[in-house]
Design a protein around this ligand. Structure first.
Ligand code: SD4
Length: 333
């Protein structure tokens, strides 16, 4: 499976904490606190990071950045590559359906100004990441779901499509023979694309798109389209996106947690590790039964990634190189 083929022995070092706090007007009761985040002083290097082994998606995003495109355009275009790929069974067309055989997609996007748009439980539209962007830019709302989101999509010129491929239908029919709902860690259920980018201006945006957990209950929505859970961007600090068992990511608001930890001075790596530890602690004995992977980037262009089980990996396009890396992980034995 392509997600599992990652480059062995690759590793990224992360640098130490960069944030400092500065307080001015120390005597005054009304003393103002400056941002905890150190301003970026070095030239900005564009960067794309995405969950799993998605070199075509990161290459597309990189191409957008090279053409002086914004980080927002880059993550949207990158995600569209996976949404159109029928071989990716967790995203867009060809995704695995819910237990009733319906494919329902979730997606969200955040820009450098903290704007957010999301769609949830959408059938028949391949490029839900673009629909999420339309919600963000063309409506007074931030979240649209189900039928209303689809009606909005058609009004915006999106095409109605059947997303259930023969392969996904066969897989669902086979699943129905037993109808046992038990997500298989890292194989069946995990290919959701979360993508973060920094553009040439140093601005950060992010996107996340998924068909959710295979054979989920009809109407179930996971973390991916939910602000702070599947994705969070604060252009002053950095961004984070998640993949894995959405219910657990939602309960800890994991992406927001990572960004806040970075705001307080942690490196992206340390922030991802602390958030995964929080998820593990909250889950008690259950933590071995699911996977969560987090990736993060800060304003300085440092990156981090961490997960519970081995075999989570992520793709980075930076310095003209498009490389898939294995993530460090919690369960070492
Ligand atoms: C969800 N987080 O719907 C998603 C699933 C996922 O790779 O990440 N799959 O819970």
């Amino acid at each position: 499976m392509k997600r599992r083929k990652f480059i062995q022995n690759a590793s990224l070092s992360t640098l130490a904490v960069m944030a400092t706090s500065t307080v001015i007007g120390c005597e005054s009761k009304t003393k103002e606190k400056e941002s905890l985040v150190t301003p970026v002083t070095h030239p900005v290097q564009p960067l794309v990071i995405a969950t799993w082994n998605v070199p075509r998606a990161t290459a597309k995003a990189w191409e957008v950045l090279q053409d002086r495109g914004s980080a927002l355009d880059a993550v949207e275009q990158g995600c569209r590559v996976e949404e159109a790929d029928v071989n990716n069974s967790s995203v867009g067309k060809g995704g695995l359906p819910d237990r009733d055989g319906r494919i329902t997609l979730d997606a969200c996007i955040m820009d450098k100004d903290g704007n957010y748009g999301a769609v949830m439980c959408v059938q028949h539209i391949t490029h839900v990441i673009s629909l999420a962007r339309k919600v963000m830019e063309e409506t007074p709302h931030v979240i649209m779901v189900g039928e209303g989101a689809e009606q909005f999509a058609y009004a915006q010129g999106f095409k109605k499509e059947n997303l259930l491929t023969e392969a996904s239908k066969r897989a669902w029919e086979k699943w129905k023979e037993q109808s046992v709902y038990q997500p298989i860690i890292n194989i069946e259920n995990h290919d959701t694309i979360g993508m973060l980018a920094i553009d040439k201006h140093g601005d950060i945006s992010g996107a996340c798109t998924t068909s959710g957990l295979a054979y989920k209950m009809a109407g179930r929505v996971g973390d991916s389209p939910v602000i702070g859970s599947g994705l969070f961007i604060d252009n002053e600090v950095g961004g984070c996106t998640a993949t894995g068992m959405g219910e657990e990511v939602l309960k800890t608001v994991a992406s927001f947690l990572v960004v806040e930890l970075m705001r307080q001075g942690k490196s992206p790596q340390d922030a991802c590790e602390e958030a995964i530890k929080r998820i593990v602690e909250k889950a008690g004995d259950r933590y071995t039964a699911f996977q969560v992977g987090l990736i993060a980037v800060n304003k300085q262009g440092e990156i981090g990634a961490y997960c519970i089980h081995k075999w989570f990996n992520y793709t980075v396009y930076a310095d003209e190189k498009n490389i898939n890396y294995p993530s460090d992980f919690y369960i070492k034995t």
